[in-house]
Design a protein around this ligand. Structure first.
Ligand SMILES: NC(=O)C1=CN([C@@H]2O[C@H](COP(=O)(O)OP(=O)(O)OC[C@H]3O[C@@H](n4cnc5c(N)ncnc54)[C@H](OP(=O)(O)O)[C@@H]3O)[C@@H](O)[C@H]2O)C=CC1
Ligand SMILES: O=C(O)CCC(=O)C(=O)O
Ligand SMILES: [Mg+2]
Length: 732
């Protein structure tokens, strides 16, 4: 690794995008080096992050640099130009699997302490908790988010509509949310004044008067919007019971949370669903399974593992589940339910999948059925409820004529709920939680009961102002937009105090609408063929940039996802979705990778363009333009990956990408040296088409062994992902 910041950093990640990297990055590096552009990798994979925690326990050659920390510093500088692929945000079961795999490969790292007792265990647990859940994105996202589809991608989707289920007016699919006492209802918010700026702490006073400091050392700048709220555990449990009791025949029960990003609150909420769902079983065997180490937050999958071989417990669990409504399944063939692992059903991807299918989920019998979708908290549930209402009234979306919905999201500097994990607490007993400022003010105060989940979130002034400015710019470019803010919600009301004067000063008439109303507005306008910009907070950024693209384009993987870093650098994310574990399964079983790298192509083009602007590298602009040409050609010639063995897959799509990229460079006239360099490359790629495609397909249909999941063998993975000797030698 050199000391000089490379021109472009490409990330090493997990699962499907990591497999794709093995094939695509050699092509990128080779093309970039012809333009004297340096491309280096940094490892932000789950395995890499785990290993970086324990240098002392590893041998010299096992030790790894803490690349995430390094990138975290880099994104605060103008030099940053990072292409960031999706990585695993690990739930506890994913984390323990990764640890076990690394241990089996000879890395002497400790087990994950499920219930840490000693100081040593607590220290290990604290370390592991730093890589748990969404531990990467909040570190790198030092800017607000601008996600949209490239024009060519949208045009392609209109001309080649993807498959979608039909909606009918009598569909029983619906969203169910709490009637109150949730985060939405209990929220308080304030903007920090000059007199209040400075340190703060969060103090819990138990009913008997005992005080404990939940969090010290907080610091707020003037203008920061600080929220506090809680969700009542008792109200949540009674909501879950009511929803289970009111299930109609033939409807599946489901719950949709974000246990990865909301890594403290949502696994607990998930645990309540688990423990209510199997309450008969726990009434009988609660102590036994607790002694076996079971915690409901870990899910039914963990319970099944722990009771394996105990015939009585197994039979009773089966009976308890049989007495409950049918569940929405993650994998009905394998019996994996919605309640097996908290991170298997992630709301941003799962709700659009239900909606795209026409309001259906898959039940234990492998058959499609209407579904009750429990989204307990009301802050954002309304957007899905209103979307479902809209489709029940209007039928499925006409993809061939609808407009493009893009998003500007307030994301920088751990904005809003997605930055709240260090200030989220499950209360041990009844009492009062207060945010106490160093000047003596009690900023917020809540009376809570045992088990309630209390949290505080912040949004800083500079990111808010930047977000409004970007929102206005995108409105100017597109023509239709709305700020998704609810004047009746405490936090949003504080943001509106920033937005209204800014709009007035800029002379812009952009409506401000509550999320439900803005959802309806966006569907209605986009269905008329208009392009619409949603200007939203961080959670809605996440939800909307899956919801609209999945319906419009078939997948959010095709989105262009730009993070303009606050200090001048660029972070280019690929797509808007995740790391597609199902795609890895297919590769392992039949050596076909259906991952589409379109998001990577879009990010790559933007990264080159940014390099051209920021460092004056004119050759980067030529490469960037050629990437765009190649992407359009790839779409028009239908060379994107498809789902089945024998069809185009990720690897063959990379061959076509390389070829079109080289052809574009060979035919441009801006840079003669690049033209001369790429003419023979294009020629060879074309002349060897049949050989290369045959080599890429030679092993399809057979299993593929990468020797590992979280840390696969690099040489074996590379061999699987680069099976064409002819292509490899042309790429060089
Ligand atoms: N930015 C990030 O780093 C993000 C990371 N994640 C992480 O990703 C993992 C999986 O999350 P999950 O909620 O299942 O969502 P995913 O987005 O990974 O997967 C949902 C489905 O979307 C489709 N899909 C996604 N990307 C592509 C692509 N490039 N090409 C083709 N199809 C694609 C696939 O559909 P099909 O199976 O039908 O082909 C896939 O099964 C989790 O560990 C999560 O934490 C999640 C979101 C963002
Ligand atoms: O970081 C994560 O866990 C998920 C991020 C995500 O879903 C998004 O940014 O769209
Ligand atoms: Mg998302």
């Amino acid at each position: 690794m050199s000391n000089k910041t490379p021109d472009i950093i490409y990330t090493i990640v997990d699962e499907a995008p990591e497999l794709a990297r093995h094939s695509l990055l050699p092509i990128i590096s080779s093309f970039a080096s012809a333009a004297d552009i340096s491309v280096e990798t940094r490892d932000i994979s789950l395995a890499g992050r785990i290993l970086a925690l324990f240098p002392d326990l590893l041998t010299e050659d096992q030790r790894v640099n803490d690349d995430l920390a390094e990138l975290g510093r880099l994104v605060k500088t103008p030099d940053a130009n990072v292409i960031k692929l999706p990585n695993v945000s690990a739930s506890v079961p994913q984390l323990t699997d990764a640890i076990a795999e690394l241990q089996s490969k000879g890395f002497a790292i400790p087990d994950y302490p499920q219930s840490p007792a000693t100081d040593a265990e607590k220290a290990i647990r604290a370390k592991y908790d730093t890589v748990k859940g969404s531990a990467v994105n909040p570190v790198l996202r030092e800017g607000n988010s601008d996600r949209r589809s490239a024009k060519a991608v949208k045009e392609y989707a209109k001309a080649n509509p993807h498959r979608m289920g039909d909606w009918t007016a009598d569909s029983k699919t619906h969203v169910a949310s709490m009637s109150g006492n949730d985060f939405f209802a209990n929220e308080k918010s304030a903007t920090i004044t000059a007199a209040q700026a400075g340190g703060a702490k969060i103090v819990f006073t138990a009913a008997d008067g005992t005080k404990s400091v939940l969090k010290d050392g907080l610091s707020y700048d003037e203008g920061t919007v600080v929220d506090a709220t809680f969700l009542s555990a008792a109200a949540l449990r009674s909501f879950i019971k009511d929803e289970i009791a009111s299930m109609e025949d033939g409807v599946l029960f489901s719950v949709h949370l974000k246990a990865t990003m909301m890594k403290v609150s949502d696994p607990i909420i998930f645990g309540h669903f688990v423990s209510v769902f199997i309450e008969d079983f726990l009434a009988k065997h609660g102590d036994t399974v607790k002694a076996l180490g079971f915690n409901p937050n870990a899910g039914l999958g963990d319970l099944e593992e722990r009771i394996k071989g105990n015939a009585e417990l197994e039979a009773d669990l089966k009976a308890a589940l049989a007495g409950k409504p049918d569940m929405y399944m993650v994998n009905s063939d394998k019996g994996i339910t919605n309640l097996h692992v908290s991170s298997d059903v992630i709301i941003d991807a799962s709700m659009p999948a239900v909606i795209k299918a026409g309001g259906i989920g898959w039940g234990p019998d492998g058959k499609a059925a209407d579904t009750k979708c429990c989204i307990p908290d009301n802050c954002y549930a309304g957007i899905y409820d209103e979307t479902i209402n809209y489709f029940k009234e209007n039928g499925k979306l006409d993809v061939t004529s609808c407009g493009a919905v893009s998003n500007v999201g307030l994301m920088a500097q751990k904005a809003e709920e997605y930055g709240s994990h260090p200030t989220t607490f499950e209360l041990p007993s009844a009492g009062t939680v207060e945010i106490v400022l160093d000047n003596g003010d009690v900023l917020h105060s809540h009376t809570v009961e045992a088990g309630d989940i209390w949290r505080s979130a912040t949004a800083k002034k500079a990111p808010i102002l930047d977000w409004i400015k970007t929102g206005i710019e995108r409105f100017d470019a597109v023509g239709t937009a709305a700020f998704w803010l609810d004047a009746n919600r405490a936090h949003d009301a504080e943001l509106i105090k920033y937005v209204e004067p800014a709009l007035k000063a800029a002379g812009k008439d952009i409506p401000i609408m509550a999320p439900r109303e803005a959802t309806r507005f966006s569907w209605v306008e986009m269905a008329k063929g208009k392009d619409v910009v949603t200007i939203s907070g961080n959670v809605l950024r996440d939800y909307l940039t899956d919801l609209f693209p999945i319906l419009e384009l078939g997948t959010s993987a095709k989105m262009l996802s730009i993070v303009k870093l606050m200090n001048g650098g660029g972070l280019f994310e690929t797509g808007a979705g995740g790391s597609a574990p199902k795609h890895v399964e297919q590769l392992v079983e039949e050596n076909h990778l259906r991952w589409d790298s379109l998001g990577e192509f879009c990010a790559l083009g933007e990264s080159f363009n940014f390099l051209a602007d920021s460092k004056g590298k004119t050759k980067a602009a030529v490469l960037g333009q050629a990437v765009e040409d190649a992407t359009v050609k790839l779409l028009l010639n239908a060379k994107s990956p498809e789902r089945k063995v024998g069809q185009n897959d990720n690897r063959s799509s990379h061959y076509w990408f390389a070829r079109y990229w080289a052809e574009s460079l060979a035919t441009q006239d801006t840079d003669a040296a690049l033209k001369a360099h790429f003419a023979p490359v294009a020629e060879k790629l074309s002349a060897n088409e049949a050989t290369i495609l045959a080599e890429l397909k030679a092993d399809e249909g057979k299993p593929a062994d990468m020797d590992g999941y979280y840390k696969s063998d690099a040489a074996k993975t590379s061999a699987i992902m680069r099976p064409s000797a002819t292509l490899n030698s042309i790429i060089g």
